[in-house]
Design a protein around this ligand. Structure first.
Ligand code: ADP
Ligand code: MG
Length: 471
């Protein structure tokens, strides 16, 4: 039984319906729970932002696994809320893969004082930076050499290279945006690594907005704001990742605004990344929006088929594997949502090949992708419309074509939001899919849903359900 409970992500990927009886599950608690949880974390680790992982997931521990599901202990209620809002769909599908069934997941707050939990989080965030530190919080893993350039990223990559060669001289700030897993962090860190290689004394720091937030809270608590300020104001090159995280964090926005002004005035380079354009980030203060967008704004789109094939081949070569062309074509033809997914598929395929001692073939790739495709492929446009229609009690035709009741308008806005966030579709493509709406209408809709999601927990929960695998 133990091996069922602790099945790794690869072997756990084969579904094993009803091998585990309820009473068996009830007995599997304690160690079993923790082993299962470690499998889940190992699986999730490659799918989420590394700093987010270290901050929010690393300090967790599973304590019970029984008929009611898996209970995970977290440092405090803030963690529980955070994980609930940001990581549940990812964790649930990993849990289903690892256990071979649909398992409920809940979080239990440990009785730690908030301050203690905060320093823990801070410690994890810093540890993440130190761990990857090739200087300035950079991971040596991300370079321009191993970034495969395609049509979808050519402009962004050229701008990034130019900034790395001559920080503060060309495009300042540089703002790179695109959907998740499309290579923003990779490019951002490549800038830092390249700048350090070219200008040895350049003071570089790369940080995710989320970690900056934790650092700021910590500085306020410890009365070390001056150190915090001078750390950031003394830089030649600030690489700030995932600035959409600033949404709803006024204090942090204010701080970023001041840091940015200071650096800009002293001729230092700033590069931002985000999952959307500056003007698409709701609740961001107008003056910050105009600062963020005041230099060059470039986007990274989904890579096209040839680039996806090239990326797979490059990643396989980095693992000293030769990936047959037909296998690369097969995977690239099916995994279309992000480069991270593409990497995940390859890792799964290589793991299966090595476990089975089998050659890399299309047949093996089919097996490797079977679960991925079934469990994780994001819903297509039709499916998104169907889900939204069902959730709001309207018809798909109503959503696509018109009707102006409040309920319908909301259903349509949710549909637009899901198409943007789940499928990385462009604003204009979404507009076209929904009866020829203008891209600003779509942007307004996505913003509105983002805001509602932050303001209204009930709505956020509904949305999460819709985003999940059609629960
Ligand atoms: P984002 O920050 O946009 O969410 P990442 O930069 O973390 O995405 O990229 C996800 C993974 O995909 C990383 O491992 C990264 O190295 C890889 N990746 C993304 N784009 C490319 C590319 N064009 N060439 C090679 N690897 C890429
Ligand atoms: Mg990133």
């Amino acid at each position: 039984m133990a091996d069922v409970v602790t099945g790794g992500s690869v072997s756990g990927a084969q579904s094993r319906p009803d091998k585990l009886s309820r009473s068996e599950m009830a007995r599997a608690s304690g160690d079993g729970a923790q082993r299962l949880w470690l499998d889940v974390l190992t699986d999730v680790r490659v799918r989420v932002n590394p700093e987010g992982f270290e901050t929010w997931l690393a300090p967790t521990r599973a304590v019970e696994f029984d008929v009611n599901g898996l209970v995970v202990e977290v440092p405090n209620s803030f963690f529980a809320d955070w994980l609930g809002q940001h990581y549940v769909p990812e964790l649930r599908s990993a849990l289903a893969r690892a256990s071979g069934r649909d398992v409920a997941l809940s979080f239990r707050a440990r009785d730690a004082a908030d301050a203690k939990a905060l320093s823990l989080r801070y410690e994890y965030a810093t540890r993440a930076a130190v761990r990857t530190n090739g200087g300035g919080g950079l991971s040596a893993r991300y370079t321009f050499d191993n970034f495969v350039v395609g049509e979808s990223s050519r402009f962004a990559c050229a701008a990034a290279r130019s900034v790395a060669e001559r920080p503060g001289r060309t495009y300042n700030p540089l703002f790179i945006y695109g959907g998740t897993g499309l290579g923003k962090t990779h490019l951002l860190e490549a800038i830092g690594n390249r700048a350090l290689a070219v200008h040895r004394n350049v003071r570089v720091h790369c940080v995710a907005a989320e970690s900056l937030f934790i650092e700021l809270i910590q500085a306020i608590e410890r009365n070390t704001r001056l150190e915090f300020k001078s750390k950031y104001r003394g830089l030649d090159l600030l690489l700030l990742d995932d600035v959409h995280y600033l949404v709803g964090k006024e204090r942090l926005q204010e701080e970023v605004f001041h840091i940015f002004n200071h650096l800009h005035e002293s001729g230092s380079q700033v590069v931002f990344t985000s999952d959307r354009e500056p003007r698409e980030i709701p609740t961001l203060e107008q003056r910050l929006v105009s600062r963020l967008g005041s230099g060059l704004v470039v986007d990274i789109q989904l890579p096209e088929l040839e680039t996806r094939i090239a990326i797979l081949q490059q990643k396989a070569a980095a693992e000293s594997c030769e990936l047959p062309h037909d296998v690369a074509c097969y995977i690239a033809g099916r995994v279309k949502t992000s480069v991270r997914e593409l990497e995940g598929s390859l890792v799964r395929l290589l793991a299966m090949a090595s476990l089975d001692n089998a050659p890399l073939s299309v047949a093996l790739a089919e097996r490797a992708l079977a679960d991925l495709v079934r469990d994780e492929a994001p819903p297509d446009e039709g499916e998104i419309c169907r889900r939204a229609a069902a959730a709001f009690g309207v018809t798909v035709a109503d959503i696509r074509n018109g009707g102006r009741t409040k309920q319908l308008a909301l259903a349509r806005q949710v549909t637009m939001y899901l198409m943007r966030r789940k499928r990385n579709l462009s604003l204009s493509d979404i507009g076209r899919a929904l009866g020829g709406k203008d891209h600003t209408t779509v942007m307004h809709a996505v913003n509105k849903i983002e805001k509602l999601r932050v303001k209204d927990p009930g709505f956020a929960a509904r949305l999460r359900k819709l985003e999940g695998a059609g629960e």
